[in-house]
Design a protein around this ligand. Structure first.
Ligand code: NOJ
Ligand code: CA
Length: 690
């Protein structure tokens, strides 16, 4: 990193001024984004951002209040301002592209409380071509050792009443339906009140939303607000006041936000800024703001596709507990899944409901219902794990904690050693319900530490993790690449929910919101789209066509992907199932071809180490035509394209399972044109022909 001290503006620090003073400014490497740092006459520190010379973030204040020692850190004297540049290229262990350029300019401020606490804070701004990140550092200092945060006062002052894609602020769940409204029209309380599908909610109030928050200005500028590298700190929610967003940290069980010790750095607060929606999806800013992998030998970390009896439980064919006569995780049924997985070359079989405790797992808020090492008597784990391995695949173990994260921590070593002894290398964790016994929130500092402890402990045992009901991801897949994916949003399981379910536009919003933070275990691939197959009283329908279910394997990035429907349903459509068998989960390249939040999305990805591309296009509840070129293909080569598209009569409400499969030869000068029907999609595989 090249460093330089900015001296030119230092002259104005000394004298008190009646006007706001610009104390430093720095532009992104391509000069399109500029950050100005300002000191107000009241000694507040503000940042202002412009994009292509137009103000995007109006002067916005920064600061903290502490509970212990009591301190109000919102007015400062400036000690020092540095700037530096950085440019490196790194390669993710699993990812959407092979190489990522991390190029930014940095402005670092050192500030001293203008009051009498003597506390020193540093604020670092990293300015990228696609946005900015800033974080606070509390260096080791005589005046501050342990401290308790009352709140962080980071503000993001938008320059207009932008359109927002938002979910209600909630300290315990992010499994909400997305809403679209002007910032001034956000009513999170009303939206949360409609969410009867969610068992546990702690909505914060009318004006609170979660990040990643996607905004679009009237002039067509896209701004995404989120955070990166969330470690040892609570999740940031956002309070909306007019066009100004203010950070709202998740409290702990007694109302404190964070217990910290110097030296400490907060997560990065991030703004991705672009005048094209596609550029928001192509941004690698969040990943770049995370630390490199902590796992030295990562050869055991692999992308995977898996099947499992999970959906049997959700649609009422089977159940988790042994007691009720429909136990899904019995030896014969798991063997059936292993056979199916082996026949179709999957890597894993997820087994839920394998362990004792499910009779009493939900609603009573009990500790110790699961020990994670006691299988039900009708589940012969030893013979099954050997059988799976003889067929070249592995079982994936489920650890539902039922919110008892402390119980899980006490048992983690034994549970992971047990997994290793059975040759199982991937765990799906879950945190349904209240976090007991202390009543921490899912988004609290303690739970953030817990998710990190799980990732680290799992890495000690060479285990890969898929977390459900965890907090929103913030790019930690760079630092802990064994934490393959998480749910942390409304996933496909909600197709079966009785009220709101999953709207047809949901998957066109997810890439702009939830997926900005990291991969998602959405569990796509439903082929039987009326959910009354095993329970004729159910009226729920998946609001997607079958072809769209295929496209989701490309539009929703995850190195761990489930084919979530039942073998008997796939056997009805083995021709369409071929796409799920073929599609990759780890990529050398990704092209965002076209995108608009809430409307449509087309993404092409090149499979890791292969001459094969996969394309996914999806639409919301409206039908539309899609047309694009293939100039990303190698020159002078011919590819066989297999197109899995909606039939002309397909419609998510009336005829969702109607699809057509067509083959054609294409080159890089060919055009793809197809029609996405209502709630529809299209998936394409492209293989180079020798
Ligand atoms: C919610 C999870 O998201 C789902 O995948 C799981 O099957 C149930 N909890 C039971 O643990
Ligand atoms: Ca869930």
């Amino acid at each position: 990193m090249k460093k330089q001290i900015i001296c030119l503006l230092i002259a104005c620090f000394a004298s008190a001024s009646l006007e706001a003073q610009t104390i430093a400014s720095l532009a992104s490497p391509n000069k399109l984004i500029e950050v100005k740092l300002i000191q107000s006459p009241e000694k507040q520190i503000q940042y202002q951002i412009s994009y292509k010379s137009k103000e995007v973030i109006a002067p916005s204040s920064l600061g903290f209040t502490f509970k212990k020692p009591v301190a109000d850190l919102r007015k400062f004297n400036i000690i020092r301002i540095d700037s530096s540049t950085f440019d490196e290229t790194w390669s993710p262990i699993l990812g959407e592209v092979k190489d990522i350029r991390n190029q930014y300019k940095q402005l670092s401020l050192e500030l001293k409380d203008a009051g009498n606490s003597g506390i020193i804070i540093q604020i670092n701004f990293r300015i990228y071509d696609d946005g900015i990140g800033f974080r606070y550092n509390f260096p080791k200092q005589d005046n501050l050792n342990h401290f308790i945060v009352d709140n962080e006062w980071s503000t993001f002052k938008m320059t207009g009443d932008h359109t927002a894609f938002w979910i209600p602020g909630d300290y315990d769940t992010n499994e909400y339906t997305y809403n679209k409204s002007k910032l001034s029209e956000i009513d999170a309380s009303a939206a949360a009140a409609k969410e009867k599908d969610i068992a546990l909610t702690s909505p914060i109030g009318k004006n609170f939303v979660q990040s990643p928050l996607m905004l679009k200005s009237a002039e067509g500028l896209y701004i995404n607000v989120h955070e990166a590298a969330l470690l040892n700190y609570p999740v940031m929610h956002l309070q909306v006041n007019g066009s100004t967003l203010t950070s709202q940290l998740t409290p702990d069980a007694v109302g404190n936000k964070a217990y910290l010790q110097t030296p400490f750095s907060t997560p990065w607060r991030t703004l991705i800024i672009a005048d094209k929606a596609e550029q928001i999806l192509a941004s690698k800013l969040i990943l770049n703001l995370n630390e490199p992998s902590k796992i030295k030998d990562s050869t055991w970390i692999k992308g995977q596709k898996f099947v499992g009896m999970w959906w049997e439980m959700h649609v009422g064919k089977a159940n988790w507990p042994l007691a009720n006569g429909k136990h899904g995780a019995n030896t014969a049924n798991v063997k059936r899944y292993i056979d199916f997985a082996a026949q179709h070359s999957f890597d894993g079989v997820l087994v839920e409901g394998w362990n004792q405790g499910w009779e009493d797992w939900f609603g009573n808020w009990k500790e110790n219902v699961f020990d994670f090492t006691s299988p039900y008597p009708d589940y012969d784990i030893d013979s099954l794990t050997k059988y799976a391995q003889s067929k070249g695949l592995r079982l994936i173990m489920h650890h539902e904690t039922s919110g008892s994260a402390t119980n899980y921590e006490r048992r983690m070593d034994a549970a992971y050693a047990y997994m290793v002894s059975k040759g199982i290398n991937t765990v799906k964790t879950g945190y349904v319900g209240r976090i007991i016994p202390r009543g921490e929130h899912h988004d609290s500092q303690w739970m953030t530490q817990h998710y990190q402890r799980v990732a680290e402990k799992a890495a000690d045992y060479k285990l890969m993790v898929d977390s459900h009901e965890s907090s929103h991801p913030t790019g930690l897949q760079r630092t802990y690449p064994n934490w393959l994916t998480s749910e942390a949003a409304r996933g496909s399981e909600f197709n079966n929910a009785p009220t709101l379910g999953i709207a047809s536009n949901h998957t066109t919003i997810l890439p702009f919101t939830r997926l900005i933070g990291g991969p998602m275990d959405y569990t796509p691939g439903l082929f039987h789209l009326s959910l009354n197959q095993f329970d004729t009283t159910r009226t729920q329908k998946v609001r997607s066509t079958l072809a769209k279910q295929l496209a989701l394997y490309v539009t929703i990035y995850s190195p761990l992907q489930m084919a979530s429907d039942l073998p008997e349903n796939y056997e009805q459509h083995l021709d369409a199932f071929q796409f799920i068998k073929d599609v990759a989960v780890n990529w050398d390249d990704t092209k965002i071809i076209s995108a608009e939040p809430g409307e449509y999305l087309t993404i092409a990805r090149k499979a890791k180490g292969k001459d094969a591309w996969f394309i996914g296009s999806i639409t919301n509840e409206n039908a539309r035509n899609i047309s694009f070129g293939l100039d990303f293909l190698d020159p002078d080569k011919t590819y066989e394209a297999i197109v899995y598209r909606d039939a002309d009569t397909a419609d998510f409400e009336k005829n969702p399972e109607a699809y057509i499969i067509e083959k054609r030869l294409v080159t890089r000068v060919s055009n793809m044109t197809y029609r996405l029907q209502r709630g529809g999609g299209c998936a394409v595989s492209l293989k180079k022909i020798n």
